[in-house]
Design a protein around this ligand. Structure first.
Ligand code: NAP
Length: 289
């Protein structure tokens, strides 16, 4: 990016994702100023204290007034209301993007609030994160060598896509574009279903009578598998609700797979189980290589 082609980036929601983006952009000098916005003043004050943002405004319409690029990084359930406030305050030529984990619902929200003809909205999703939330969890390296998926529609301006691509590339990320429906199907399988499985397993064991005894003997594998069950419940509720059809379709496929293993076990069919495990191990080993 040429020096300071972008003067002001406004980030609404300075938590893990928005805060890490702010830190990465500051490190690379992508813009002159980063303004934070959101609903909680103490969060924004903390973000200034930590050097994540330069300044803030709790009034979103006011915060976006001079911004060249506006990034919305709040839970999916809050997107539409935030877009409405952005629309009330932004410049006509400002580019708006988001970091939400499902894309079709965000595009619908954007069309409802900015109008179908608005071509400066670029839906985006960084495929990076941790189970921790909030500005104190943010770090500048989060996006290095990670993928960011942009899901422009037929209506999205190419120049807006290029600007958002350059912003994410400045963080060290690799940027790809994809159809929003395809994104939602893929992420339902690789991210949304695994989170449901982790939450579900912990909840299931928690309902056992000797729960303390069970968790006392939980080893590394259990910790690895359930790490993401420490993720934010509101964020994950919103992701499931906003990608409902794709998540339900993946749950059904997984239920069929569990049923297959259950039947093999019931029939004492060790060969069947070994076959499934062998196939899965090969795929997982290849993926990790
Ligand atoms: P987070 O750490 O909890 O940060 C969320 C931010 O949004 C906080 O600054 C929060 O501020 C603010 N916020 C919450 N509700 C709001 C509302 N109603 N109006 C205005 N601001 C609000 O969450 P995150 O992990 O950064 O996630 C942000 C977005 O990125 C979500 O859409 C999520 O789907 C997506 N995403 C997350 C990950 C991940 O692994 N975490 C990865 C990729 C994408 P206060 O609560 O302090 O008010």
């Amino acid at each position: 990016m040429a020096e300071h082609k972008v003067d002001i980036v406004c980030i609404i929601g300075t938590g893990l994702i928005g805060g890490s983006l702010a830190l990465a952009l500051k490190n690379t000098g992508f813009c002159k100023t980063i303004i934070g916005a959101g609903r909680t003043e103490t969060t924004l004050q903390k973000a200034v204290e930590l050097g994540v943002i330069d300044d803030y405004d709790t009034d979103i319409s006011r915060a976006v007034a001079n911004a060249d690029i506006i990034v919305v990084s709040v839970p999916l359930g809050a997107m539409r209301a935030v877009f409405e406030q952005v629309n009330n305050g932004k410049r006509d030529d400002a580019i708006v993007t988001d970091a939400g984990s499902a894309k079709q619902s965000v595009i619908q929200d954007a069309e409802a609030m900015f109008g179908i003809g608005f071509d400066q909205f670029v839906a985006g999703h960084p495929i990076a994160g941790t189970e921790n939330s909030g500005v104190t969890a943010a770090f500048a390296e989060l996006y290095q060598q990670r993928r960011v998926i942009l899901t422009p529609t037929d209506n999205t301006s190419t120049q807006a896509v290029d600007a958002v691509r350059e912003m994410w590339q400045a963080t060290g990320a690799e940027v790809e574009t994809m159809d929003a429906a395809h994104h939602d199907m893929v992420l339902a399988g690789t991210s949304h279903l695994p989170h449901l499985l982790a939450f579900g397993l912990v909840d299931c064991l928690n309902n056992l009578e000797d729960v303390d005894e069970v968790f006392r003997f939980a080893a590394g594998g259990f910790r690895d598998f359930t790490r993401i069950a420490s993720s934010d419940p509101v964020m994950w509720r919103d992701i499931c609700l906003n990608n409902r059809d794709e998540v339900m379709a993946m749950m059904k496929r997984y239920r069929d797979e569990m049923e297959k293993m259950y039947r093999a076990l019931e029939a004492n069919d060790g060969e069947k189980l070994r076959e499934i495990f062998e196939r899965a191990k090969k795929v997982r080993d290849a993926f990790c290589d």
